[in-house]
Every structure is written in C-alpha cells, then in structure tokens.
Design a protein around this ligand. Structure first.
Ligand SMILES: [Zn+2]
Length: 78
C-alpha cells in the first residue's frame, strides 16, 4: 500500500502594508502581513495537521518575518 503525504509551509497574506523600511535588510520595500503555517496533507488534498509557525510582517526583499503576537497581528489586520 502506497500512501502519499505532502508537507511544507503555506503562506497566507492577510494585508498589504505598503512600502516601509525593513529592519533586517535596510531596504525600502513592500511589506505584507503574513501567516506562515506548517501543514501536512494526506494525498495532497486533505489537511491532516496544520500549525501556525510564524505570524508577522514579511519583507518581500529579504524574506524576513518580524514576529508579532496574535493580538498585535489582529490589531494590524483591521
Ligand atoms: Zn528585508
């Protein structure tokens, strides 16, 4: 019996935050409010397991995520 699993990170963008300076790479770049989830799927379709790995402000230049607490994140989403 062959069982196919897939796993990896899923990125979900909640909001575009516009251009601002990144503290990590010092570039003026577009920032996104983003949640990174770790997911394991069965047959590539059914999600078996998913867990929030990171949530915060994502830099589209260097890929750095400034972590935010759930409360801070929800406030910025509004
Ligand atoms: Zn950056």
């Amino acid at each position: 019996m062959v069982i196919f699993y897939s796993y990896g990170s899923d990125f979900k963008t909640d909001k575009e935050l516009g251009i601002s300076k990144c503290e990590n790479c010092n570039h003026e770049t577009k920032k996104l409010l983003l949640t990174e989830k770790y997911k394991v799927k069965f047959f590539y379709i059914l999600p078996l397991y998913s867990k929030v790995k990171n949530r915060g402000v994502f830099c589209t230049h260097c890929g750095n995520i400034e972590n935010l607490s759930k409360k801070e994140y929800d406030n910025m989403k509004k």
